[in-house]
Design a protein around this ligand. Structure first.
Ligand code: ZN
Length: 140
């Protein structure tokens, strides 16, 4: 007997393969398998310092073997460069905002219970800063 599952990427239902251990969340479509690998890699990079370090080293070695690759890529892909700059500007703005909120709006005299909720949906690529909204639940 086989069970059906809904693909986490394309939302189409697919037949779960008996060979797959655990929960099979993605169908066999190449695009969905790419999404699965991307998620796996993102999680791995976030949770495994050895993996992260190894990836960084491998990328550095690749850059050394291909000098000028990114310079050429940027020169020939204007839309990529433009999107990248816009994304960085958004990250910079979010970071400035986060810093400003901590130093101005948050005085140590205001103790109480707060709810911390995400204020920006497009999360930062570098997750060393979050944009959040503080809601006062009660002041002490
Ligand atoms: Zn799929």
């Amino acid at each position: 007997m086989s069970t059906m599952q809904r693909c986490a990427a394309c939302r189409r239902s697919f037949r779960v393969r008996a060979q797959v251990r655990g929960t099979q969340r993605y169908c066999a479509a190449p695009a969905c398998q790419r999404v699965r690998r991307k998620h796996w890699q993102r999680t791995k990079r976030r949770t495994d310092p050895d993996y992260r370090e190894n990836q960084a080293r491998a990328q550095e070695a690749w850059r050394d073997r291909h000098p000028g690759y990114w310079r050429t890529y940027r020169a020939t892909h204007a839309h990529y460069t433009k999107a990248n700059r816009a994304q960085q500007a958004r990250r910079d703005a979010a970071r400035r905002l986060a810093k400003m909120d901590v130093s101005t709006a948050f005085s140590p005299g205001v103790s109480g219970i707060y709810r911390l909720s995400p204020a920006a949906r497009d999360d930062l690529a570098k997750e060393d800063a979050w944009t959040v909204e503080l809601t006062v639940l009660s002041r002490t």
